[in-house]
Write a protein that binds this ligand. Structure first.
Ligand SMILES: Nc1ncnc2c1ncn2[C@@H]1O[C@H](COP(=O)(O)OP(=O)(O)O)[C@@H](O)[C@H]1O
Ligand SMILES: [Mg+2]
Length: 200
């Protein structure tokens, strides 16, 4: 399963993502990648790994342990993919993991993306690896997310390019996205094509 949560800054993406993580944590190992400690601070049971230089951690060891790592990935942009490749390989090796990549436009952009994350999206199902991408700008996130997405959740977005991208999922209902009230979202089950509006 691939989940994609999008919407303007402050619209409620991470709030929803954190709630999903809280509900999954009792049952599955969760790995979060973000550029700040918000998940770790607000969810008990996540252990911090602050990556301020490459190869600081042995990801096979961390990911195969019983810990739920919150990885604050702070390396330079040209070092991000190498680190993500190692994390992804370790995730596929262990299997049965729920991976969250927040700020996905930074960590999994359209250009110069991690081949490891790409492999994880394309083959994750075989290894019981589910992924959730969170981004304020969907059009900057690598297209492999769109190609494999199971559920897309879109909060308010006023950018024209974003609304046009969302038309792929919501058809003409995408026009409602710019008028969505705070913390409300539209959801599309890509397999059935069903759509709806919700909030936490
Ligand atoms: N459903 C909600 N109910 C109450 N507060 C919410 C809800 N969704 C988001 N918030 C609050 O709104 C603010 C922005 O939400 P956040 O999820 O961090 O936005 P972003 O889309 O930028 O990730 C946070 O302070 C958060 O606690
Ligand atoms: Mg956020």
């Amino acid at each position: 399963m691939v989940l994609f949560i999008v919407g303007r800054s402050g619209s409620g993406k991470s709030y929803l993502a954190k709630q999903i993580v809280r509900e999954i944590l009792p049952y599955r190992k969760v790995v979060v990648i973000n550029n700040n400690p918000e998940y770790m601070n607000e969810i008990s049971g996540m252990i911090p790994f602050v990556v301020d230089k490459p190869h600081k951690y042995d990801w096979n060891k961390v990911i195969s342990s019983e810990l739920n790592p919150h990885i604050e990935l702070l390396v330079n942009s040209d070092e991000i993919n190498g680190e993500l490749d190692e994390i992804s390989e370790a995730i596929l090796t262990r299997g049965n993991i729920f991976l969250v990549i927040d700020e996905a436009r930074l960590y999994y952009p359209q250009y110069k993306h991690s081949r490891g994350v790409e492999k994880l999206i394309n083959t994750g199902r075989k290894f019981k690896v589910d992924t959730m991408f969170v981004s304020q700008i969907a059009v900057l996130v690598n297209r492999t997310v769109d190609s494999q997405v199971t559920f897309i959740i879109c909060f308010q977005t006023t950018r024209k390019a974003e609304v046009e991208r969302m038309r792929l999922y919501f058809g003409d209902d995408a026009d409602q996205l710019s008028r969505l009230n705070n913390h409300r979202f539209m959801i599309c089950d890509f397999l059935s094509g069903d759509t709806g509006i919700g909030r936490l």
